[in-house]
Design a protein around this ligand. Structure first.
Ligand SMILES: Cc1cc2nc3c(=O)[nH]c(=O)nc-3n(C[C@H](O)[C@H](O)[C@H](O)COP(=O)(O)O)c2cc1C
Length: 331
């Protein structure tokens, strides 16, 4: 494939229920340059909720470590930054989440509808933190003017060190297409790095998104669910990386064989990491990954129906491995 775009860092998007520590480390091994925890409520962190703190576990292999927090209360956000900074390299503030459970407390993307409050929250978090603070936002709420550009400039003015923009509004949630042109305007209007996010699914979309936005990095979400090797694939297709992938210890008969072998390698490695860490990456996450790793594959639907009958973690791990191994040997 011939794409001519300069290399930029690739980010695994923060995804609740998906990007636990084991999956983040796996994504790193598969070529992701940056990983960010799933969002965690500042309200829960400040009342020392153990389950929320579990979500913010890291490991020396995850460097830099970037926890993401959200909340509608400035004091709780500031306190969370203070509590987190010692164990973190960067703190990311979420102004992009469209989930009603978040937006009804005027947190996540809903704060984009209260620009002064959002900017003041960023300013206070920056002041309270000895480490860089970054921001992830959408294009706006979708009600009234799209204000990401104005907000990006104001966040830069109060000290945010990087901004990631998902090219959709809150109202759009995940519908329609990400507006890369709108991200381009933000890239041109601020001096801090802007990371483009939304609908990057392969080398072609990565290259198109970079050509349009001129962004300093790309963030990949849904396309990396069940396919952590996408990071290596994109880098290799764009000529950014000539190293042999970790799963290439055999000759591949065709592209399908390579895809399946990569999927099998990644699953086995995910289970290894999950067992080793024995961390907050719950069996719920493991089941979710079992579903996504088998999505779109021949016989996958029947396999997943079967999986529902026994959700025990060991059974899930072994069944997925067997399912993928059979596919690899039968191509
Ligand atoms: C299952 C799921 C969970 C998500 N959780 C978060 C989250 O915790 N924090 C966040 O900032 N964005 C979250 N997002 C949004 C993604 O980070 C990303 O912005 C969005 O999926 C668009 O990128 P994509 O088109 O590459 O998927 C989530 C998205 C999905 C699909």
């Amino acid at each position: 494939m011939a794409f001519e775009v300069e290399q930029v860092p690739l980010f695994l998007a923060p995804m609740s229920g998906v990007t636990g520590l084991a999956y983040r480390l796996l994504a790193r091994e598969c070529g992701a340059d940056f990983t960010i925890t799933e969002f965690t409520a500042a309200a829960a962190l400040t009342r020392q909720d153990a389950r929320s703190w579990l979500k913010l576990e890291s490991d020396e292999r995850e460097n830099p470590f970037i926890p993401q927090i959200f909340g509608g209360n400035v004091d709780e956000m500031v306190k969370s930054c203070e509590l987190l900074q010692e164990k973190s390299d960067i703190i990311d503030l979420n102004f992009g989440c469209p989930a009603p459970v978040v937006t009804r407390h005027c947190a996540g993307a809903a704060l984009m509808g209260k620009p002064d409050e959002l900017v003041s929250m960023v300013e206070r978090c920056v002041e309270a933190s000895q480490i860089p603070v970054t921001v992830k936002m959408r294009l706006g709420t979708g009600n009234g003017l799209t204000n990401a550009l104005e907000l990006a400039k104001r966040c830069e003015d109060v000290g945010a060190e990087r901004i990631c923009v998902h090219g959709r509004t809150l109202r759009q949630r995940y519908s329609g297409e990400a507006d890369w042109q709108a991200i381009a305007e933000i890239v041109q209007s601020v001096d801090i790095p802007v990371i483009a996010n939304g609908d990057v699914v392969d080398a072609k979309s990565a290259s198109d998104c970079l050509a349009i936005t001129g962004a300093a990095g790309l963030m990949i979400g849904r396309a990396a669910i069940g396919r952590p090797t996408i990071f290596h694939q994109i880098k290799s297709d764009l000529g950014w990386n000539n190293s042999e992938p970790k799963w290439a210890d055999m000759e591949f008969s065709d592209e399908m064989h390579e895809t399946l072998s990569a999927r099998l390698w990644a699953w086995k490695r995910y289970i290894e990491l999950d067992r080793e860490l024995n961390s907050g990456d719950s069996s719920k996450n493991r089941l979710r990954h079992a579903f996504s790793f088998t999505k779109g594959l021949p016989g996958g639907k029947a396999f997943r129906t079967q999986l529902h009958t026994n959700r025990e973690a060991k059974h899930v791990s072994e069944s997925v491995e067997e399912f993928l191994s059979n596919l690899v040997s039968n191509v």
